[in-house]
Design a protein around this ligand. Structure first.
Ligand code: ADP
Ligand code: MG
Length: 259
């Protein structure tokens, strides 16, 4: 039984209580994330919206154990992140979290397949001989198997992001995080990536995605809105985002109105 679980309740995959992230700055302490309480169940597709600087990336990095909270408790995929040593956190992250970034961040001197194998080499969850076949299988599922032995620089942006997604899935993470994954893609390619994410969610994957894309909100089942580091109800979000959130709510449970 976990720290934050009430008796008889199913444990959420993610449970945050009173989570704060404070940065020291020359102008004094700055709270990038303030007093966040949040539960996310396994299998949810959650979008995080908010203006630039509202704390979206900071929140994502806290969920993924990349950043440490200054206060509060975080339980993610069975681990109490607030209690873990740096070493334990890094090991946990490698096995349980996959992350996709706006600018792909593939290693340019490794081939596509090697990029996907790298997290498997770190986590050693699969025997060495199974890693390349597994990488090729993931690349096949994501439609980029033909690129396996090329360097990332030879691929289009959309292809690179599919490879980055394959890499994020390498260790079959409980939690897939994506920080503006479509921010550097044209709208058609972005749509394709969102379809891939939605397909993963249909297969049971939990996804938390920071996004500015209106289209993305049609895919996520739930929208979290941040303002000045605090979670706010979508209807209280700033005007631009309130409109987006309402559009999402209007589409909830139905197919996207336009393709
Ligand atoms: P978003 O992703 O919503 O644009 P971020 O989470 O990146 O916002 O940042 C939230 C706030 O925290 C911003 O005001 C940013 O300047 C500040 N911030 C982020 N990282 C640091 C840091 N390492 N040191 C100081 N301030 C930071
Ligand atoms: Mg950001």
């Amino acid at each position: 039984m976990t720290l934050l679980q009430s008796p008889g309740a199913a444990a959420p995959l993610i449970a945050l209580r009173g989570v704060c992230k404070r940065y020291p700055t020359p102008a004094g302490a700055f709270d990038a994330v303030r007093d966040v309480d949040l539960d996310i169940a396994a299998g949810e597709f959650v979008a995080v919206i908010g203006q630039s600087g509202s704390g979206k990336s900071t929140l994502l990095n806290l969920l993924g154990g990349i950043d440490r909270a200054s206060a509060g408790r975080l339980e993610v995929a069975g681990a109490a992140l607030h209690d873990m040593s740096e070493r334990a956190l890094s090991r946990w992250r490698g096995r349980h979290v996959g992350i996709v970034f706006q600018f792909f961040q593939l290693l340019p001197t490794l081939t596509v397949a090697e990029n996907v194998m790298l997290p498997m080499d770190f986590a050693a969850r699969w025997p060495a001989r199974e890693r390349r076949p597994r990488a090729l299988d993931l690349l096949t599922r994501l439609g980029v198997a033909a690129q396996a032995d090329k360097l990332p620089g030879a691929l289009s942006g959309g292809q690179q992001q599919r490879v980055a997604l394959a890499r994020a899935l390498a260790n079959a993470p409980a939690l897939l995080l994506a920080d503006e994954p479509t921010g550097n893609l044209d709208s058609r390619t972005a749509q394709e990536l969102l379809e891939l994410l939605a397909e993963l969610v249909r297969g049971g994957q939990t996804v938390v995605m920071v996004t500015h894309e209106r289209a993305a909100l049609g895919y996520a089942r739930r929208v979290l809105s941040l303002r000045d580091g605090r979670l706010v109800a979508p209807e209280h979000a700033q005007s631009e985002h309130a409109g987006l959130a309402q559009a999402q709510l209007a589409q909830h449970g139905s197919e996207q109105a336009h393709g």
